[in-house]
Design a binder for this molecule. Structure first.
Ligand code: GLA
Length: 361
């Protein structure tokens, strides 16, 4: 049922930590979003693709009434009695998964080992990778009857209810259904989806700005409320249903600009999903970044500098920030085979501006 959650023949991580072999495992990738930023909680369209970095978990039923979660990345062991809430931090996400999965059937307390090379706070969806990996491992261990879309929905509930950020469904769907080398074109309202090839002759590049995301939670929730208010004033259920730019322009500041971003961004995703050339796709990404910077106001100067350098590179078709914004990574569409050259040129120029970036893909 699920190729990435299997009973392991051999494991070093769990066994070295807990002194016995795990009973199951799961893994899930991070993602970059090529187009469709801040559209998912408006019922709109998104176009993410998975990255090679993944989160992996190994797990087994606990031998007493305690849960133990070990993060190899943080070298941190969290232990608490089943029935008590997990402490804040990575354990809260894992605990959230178990709570939502528990509504499907009774689950024994678990020992879980976690490792990840998805950078945290980079806008690459490390939380969705963790949630989906844990839920895959739990599904395999307890034979939960839930498909990959169901896993994404459980992961989203875990994040909203336990981490308290009102995220949309894009990241969890990308982690659960994304396929390397393809873009996941997703209607976030109906969850209809299609895997599409990248534009011919192009590849994806991602660079971390070196600036961790700040204020992402509070500003994110505020943008979401502004969109809900704009939708109410336009008389639609969600901004996805608004297509009249002239009506959006009549809204008070800043709701007019928030609505303009969402309407334009949905149009860009639809245009890109119809199969455009790499340079047309790149132009849509550039327009997306400008809209995120000016209308949605989720960029910062480091991201603008990095995106500007990428956009000016002769082998890059287009670039934008990726994820929620406020720091983290940028994504670019570049000529196939040019990643090493582009990454090295851009990191050098970016350093010249006083920043310290890292190539991710
Ligand atoms: C975060 C959220 C997503 C989405 C993006 C912005 O990654 O988790 O649901 O809203 O921001 O596009």
């Amino acid at each position: 049922m699920n190729p990435t959650a299997t009973t392991l023949a051999r494991s070093t991580g769990f066994e070295a930590t807990f002194g016995r072999p795990p009973e199951s495992a799961g893994s899930a990738p991070g993602r970059v979003n090529l187009l469709g930023e801040h559209t998912d909680y408006n019922g709109g369209f998104v176009l993410p693709t998975v990255i090679p970095q993944t989160t992996r978990v190994e797990l087994a039923r606990s031998r007493d009434d305690r849960c133990r979660f070990y993060s190899a990345t943080l070298d941190q062991l969290v232990s608490f009695r089943a029935g008590e809430p997990a402490p804040a931090g990575f354990a809260r996400y894992v605990f959230g998964c178990i709570q939502v999965a528990r509504e499907m059937r009774e689950l024994a307390p678990l020992d879980i080992w976690i490792d990840s090379n998805v950078p945290v706070g980079a806008g690459l969806s490390s939380s969705a990778a963790l949630l989906v990996a844990v839920l895959r491992g739990v599904r395999a261990l307890f034979d939960l009857q839930v498909d990959d879309v169901g896993i994404a929905l459980l992961a989203q509930r875990a994040e909203v209810e336990f981490a308290r950020v009102r995220v949309g469904i894009m990241d969890q769907m990308a982690a659960s259904l994304g396929t390397p080398g393809h873009m996941l074109f997703l209607d976030t309202r109906s969850l209809e989806r299609k895997l599409l090839p990248l534009p011919p002759g192009a590849q994806v590049i991602a660079i971390h700005s070196g600036v961790p995301r700040k204020l992402a939670g509070s500003e994110y929730n505020r943008r979401r409320e502004e969109c809900e208010q704009a939708a109410r004033m336009l008389g639609v259920a969600m901004l996805r249903d608004a297509d009249d730019l002239a009506a959006a322009e009549q809204l008070p500041e800043p709701l007019n600009r928030r609505a303009r971003h969402v309407i334009g961004e949905n149009r860009r995703v639809i245009a890109a999903s119809r199969g455009v050339s790499a340079s047309e796709f790149g132009a849509l990404m550039n327009a997306s970044h400008a809209s995120l910077r000016d209308d949605y106001e989720v960029s910062i100067s480091a991201l603008d500098e990095l995106v500007g350098l990428l956009q000016a590179h002769p082998r890059v078709f287009g670039a934008k920030l990726t994820g929620a914004g406020f720091g983290g990574a940028c994504v670019a569409l570049a000529a196939a085979g040019s990643a090493a050259e582009v990454n090295s040129d851009i990191l050098k120029a970016y350093r010249g501006k006083g920043y310290d970036g890292t190539a991710l893909v």
